[in-house]
Design a protein around this ligand. Structure first.
Ligand code: FRU
Length: 498
């Protein structure tokens, strides 16, 4: 492609955004979550703390609210809560990434920001499809230049018996003075696997081995890996496609999973002690993490799910998709805890607080309502077996949270959320459930509601549920219901950064 044509692709995307942004319908816009200015977003990419600021890139198609040739959109923040949009960072303008700049990650080297991403080539016909790994470099964290010798990892560096069409989403990191990259892949007979590569300069890469592979029963393809150390253990997170449900886990068409154990970087043997779903809501995919200057491991994910209908697209609102809130990760007894980053507390406004409310007598509480807010509550269930909360209630709409003490089950039900959110799933699931034990008979919840999302952090974040919902603007009541007396402490804050 000529230099002109290249500049044109980036320029074209940035011009399109500027010239069409007024065509976005604001009805369902979020008030404090990252979302595209216009067009479609999916996976978080290149999440990095760089020169005192947090940068987040994401899979982006400006021209419509459906997936299309992928660009990397770019946003940054000094505090993880106020984000400002920058120009689109890269566009599919080379032969090696002609059908899309797919997911990848970022790292700092000698003061420069390197991004490593997948060049997607789809000239027609499955046999011609290729995915290769590429580098782009930025001196200032804003303008990127693709490396002249791309791709840096080609399909000839794949191990034998590996499908060359599915090789994507490099997550790059540094360990013991060496660079590593974990990449999603598919072994023959439809077994997802994660490959490890190493490099001394980010440009020349050596294949090290397979660190994890499905035994045939854990999904065909593993996308978007991330590998990091937490509390002395190695944690591998990834997004298995088409994973069959088991127990209460993996009820979405595509899932996310974490594996905890010890990885031997010499032999690539990963001694896995535990495998578990990351989030038990309907909309959580392709999470990615960074480590910041305070040593915090922070994760963010796409708060949507593939193959479902997107109301903002169906209604021609000209945008689709948003991210979860950034969450700090902790590993305690091999459980991956997630809590919203503490900076979010700075967004709290207009506190309303109640102590020792008897819920049996109370259905709603003055001042506890709304669609853009945070709730912190603790319910003492010593005498009761069931606690229910109705969020975004009104006009035959409600989103239900329920705890059943006999079964130790926390349930999220969006059957009356406002829209049918189905798509290609064989069974339209309207609720999800997760096992949660009470702590001294108490259920602790930290809940973030934004216009079209509910994120629930249960018992200090040992389990989370993240989902989209589409209530009318007027559906903003909150109600509490129990079978017997239950005492509750609750705080509510309004959040609205827009
Ligand atoms: C995951 C994913 C990645 C790919 C990207 C394309 O959601 O399928 O594997 O790189 O989306 O947009």
């Amino acid at each position: 492609m000529s230099l002109m044509a290249k500049q044109n692709k980036l320029q074209q995307a940035n011009d399109y955004i500027k010239n069409n942004i007024n065509k976005v319908d604001n009805t369902y816009r979020q008030k404090y979550h990252i979302m595209p200015q216009i067009g479609w977003m999916n996976d978080p990419n290149g999440f990095i703390y760089y020169k005192g600021e947090y940068h987040l890139f994401y899979q982006y198609h400006p021209y419509s609210a459906v997936w299309g040739p992928m660009h990397w959109a770019h946003t940054k923040s000094s505090d993880l809560i106020n984000w400002s949009n920058l120009d689109v960072a890269i566009a599919p303008d080379e032969n090696y990434d002609m059908s899309g700049c797919f997911s990848g990650s970022a790292i700092e080297k000698d003061g420069k920001m390197y991004i490593m991403y997948t060049g997607h080539q789809d000239p027609g016909g499955f046999e011609n499809l290729r995915q290769v790994q590429c580098i782009a470099i930025s001196e200032d964290g804003v303008n990127f230049e693709k490396y002249k010798n791309n791709p840096v990892i080609d399909t000839n560096q794949l191990p034998s018996d590996t499908i060359i069409q599915d090789f994507r989403d490099p997550k790059v990191f540094e360990k013991n003075g060496k660079y590593y990259s974990v990449i999603g892949s598919r072994y023959k007979d439809d077994c997802g696997q994660i490959l490890l590569y190493s490099s001394s300069d980010l440009l020349n890469w050596k294949y090290e081995g397979v660190i994890a592979r499905s035994n045939g029963q854990f999904a065909k393809m593993w996308e978007c890996p991330d590998l990091f150390e937490l509390n002395g253990k190695d944690v591998l997170i990834m997004s298995p496609q088409f994973l069959e449900p088991r127990g209460n886990e993996y009820w979405n068409r595509h899932s996310t999973s974490y594996m905890v154990g010890k990885l031997n970087y010499e032999t690539c043997e990963f001694d896995i002690e535990k495998t578990c779903e990351i989030d038990y809501g309907f909309d959580f995919y392709a999470p990615q993490t960074l480590i910041d200057d305070k040593g915090r491991r922070i994760m963010i994910a796409w708060m949507q799910m593939w193959d479902r209908n997107f109301p903002t697209n169906d209604l021609n609102h000209n945008w689709a998709g948003c991210m979860t809130l950034p969450r700090e990760l902790k590993l305690i007894d091999n459980n991956l805890y997630q809590m919203p980053v503490k900076e979010l507390k700075n967004l709290r406004k207009d506190e309303v607080s109640y102590q020792n409310v008897n819920i049996k007598e109370t259905k709603s509480l003055e001042g506890i309502k709304g669609q853009n807010l945070e709730l912190e509550l603790e319910v003492d269930m010593k005498d009761s077996k069931e606690f229910k909360m109705l969020l975004m209630k009104g006009n035959n709409q409600e989103t239900v949270l329920k705890y059943n003490k006999d079964e130790s089950l926390f349930i999220f039900d969006r059957s009356k959320n406002g829209k049918d959110l189905g798509g290609k799933e064989e069974t339209l699931r309207t609720y999800r459930q997760v096992n949660v034990d009470l702590i001294d008979n108490k259920l602790k919840l930290n809940i973030f509601i934004d216009t079209i999302s509910v994120e629930i952090f249960i018992n200090d974040g040992i389990k989370t549920m993240s989902s989209t919902v589409y209530p009318d603007k007027e559906s903003d009541n909150i109600e509490f219901i129990t079978d017997k007396n239950a005492s509750m402490n609750i705080k509510k804050w309004t959040i609205n950064t827009k």
